[in-house]
Design a protein around this ligand. Sequence first.
Ligand code: BGC
Length: 741
Amino acid sequence: MIKLVSFAFVSLLFASSGHSILNSANPKPALPRSTAPESTLNPDQRADHLLAQMTLAEKLHMVHGNLTLEKPLGPHNAVGWVPGIPRLGIPDLFCADANTVKSATALPSSLASAATWDLKESLKWGAVVGKEMRAFGMNVYLGGNTNLTAREPRDGRTFETKGEDPVLAGRIAAAHLEGIQQQSVLVGVKHFAMNDQETARFTANAVIGERPARESDLLAFEIALKDSNAQMAMCAYNLVNGKPSCANDHLLNGVLKKDWGFPGFVVSDWYATPGSVPAALAGLDQEQPGGYMFDGIWTSESLQTAVQNGDLPMARLNDMVHRILRAMIATGVFDHPAKVGSIDAAADAAVAQEIEEQGAVLLKNKERLLPLSQSLSSIAVIGSHADVGVLSGGGSAQIYPVGGAALKLPPACPPYTPPPGGLACTNASQIYDPSSPLVAIRNKAPHAKVTYIAGTDPAAAAKLAAASQVAIVFVNQWESEGMDLVDLKLAGNQNTVVSAVAAKNPHTVVVLENGSPVIMPWLSSVGAVLESWYPGQRGGEAVGNILFGEANPSGKLPITFPASVSELPRPVIPIPNPPTSTQPFNVDYNIEGADVGYKWFETKSIPPAFPFGFGLSYTTFAISNPRLIPSAPPATGFTVNFDLQNTGSIAGAEVPQVYLALPASTGEPRRLVGWAKVRLRPGAKQRVTISVDASDSSHPLSIWNKAKSSWVNSAGEYVVYVGVSSTASDLIEAGAFKVGN
Ligand code: BGC
């Protein structure tokens, strides 16, 4: 990762220097805190009150990060640091990505959280992150990845995202951010925008039309920001339609600040600042990691000179500082300072387990192989280091789990080795969280002989499977920031191992630990498949509970699982030519436009292996008697209600989903507009009501009209469907209504 290289490089070069920006920018002695703004004023007034007292040097000081040489990772090991200004009572900003700074609770990945389809669970996810950040002294959360990397499901950061649908992703992101922000931590979305592949991430130029952009990736950001009121947006490394994201006037000044009325500030991704004055004029408000010692563009190209010679108007600098201060005040960074303390590891681990139990997706369960009986006498547990732990995702979202890594595997791409096929590759280690599925399985089946083998030798795995009543094969797919997956196959010989085991034992259960969809060539030969994602540090326990029926799976796919990469909009990831080129190169997102994920598969009539929204349960549900009640006038929305019954014999939760087909003239595929997560006792029936408000942040009834530069409704018939996945065969028509004419 570039930032680590740079930190190491800079600290070597300047290890003996003692320069501090704070001393030069803030020479006056600290005054008592009574000069701090009055708490009766609103955040805008308080920000203005401070701004009026600031010197030019102090203003410039606020608009860039400032890691020092003594602590190249900042106080508290922050990855970004803006020292406070004591004379004005302005606190320091300490930024962290994913509680990477110390051992923290490894929650299930964001994608696993999205698979719960449950905003309350996502809020809890955020609360754990927010509380732990405060305990580490951090007050800025950088982890709000809202990209729809499902455009390119081989993107190594897919596990950080919230899936392929802008409405689901936007709402899950908003719930995460709100949960964190409730702890007085300043939060933001990233990477704005279209940062959907890691290969050539600094030079990739995402080419996309205005309407498809507004209806897909940008919509996810719009929902996340508006629903959470988050106050920060991180611009991306890549270019969008020929302009670097961090100097993209259309995206930053136009879409974000003008159209969405975003009052917060734009921070650069680390080292993404493309220039001083042009970036500031285009809407970038703060450079990170910045500072004289980190080759900050805004310090080396001197924003100060630009202000003094009029290239950067003082009004714009004031706006930048106002936005930053206002965001700090509005989110409680001034009034509720973070205090270094301890975390409640046991309580947070319990939340991690709960989220995983709600987010794991049962993909196949032939002849009700699962749940397993606790009275089994022999079980084979095979592969993925299930004896010690569960896999996690790498890069800046990597968590170093409480209790330490169970296992740290050497990098898949050793330093200085050319990446395969020109794809980005990282030298990060693979970290396993300390939660052993093997131990959990032994606890659940105390009478069974439970035998573990590593699963490196297919013949040995098959032999053990043949001698066992049930074979549980753990397989994984590691991914990380800084790399892309070559394809969606399981790495190494894992497919061979699964096939060999399944050939010897029809009671083969496959448990996936992964961050992106996987292709399963052995699917028809195995009995059951459980998608556990990167399940976090109670992943072993959660998977154990699901396998033995103490938890009933209720997760639904937030991302389509294709049957083959040849069915994706881009069968291979675009790479620059030559791969080492530093020139911008185009990645054509107009191929699929707004039809990301299930919309692409629907439009092209390609049946995926598993559709978006799909997930089985140990019980069964039935939806009946749907009724559509259009609002008056119909263009303002609708309500749909229906009976949902648990028709099986155990308690469980279903996620009925509402999809809307817009008038045919729009050319839009069916889109997700609402859902509910409903828990029902066996036999229980409930009338479920889902309302869709046309004026909410997701613009459910509208399409983006480029000429009018706004969302518009189209005249014609709108058809409402309800069901348990995005695919036509899982949906029933609830009714239709007409708008206009
Ligand atoms: C990543 C960001 C991250 C930042 C700070 C960058 O390399 O792209 O997602 O927030 O580093 O760690």
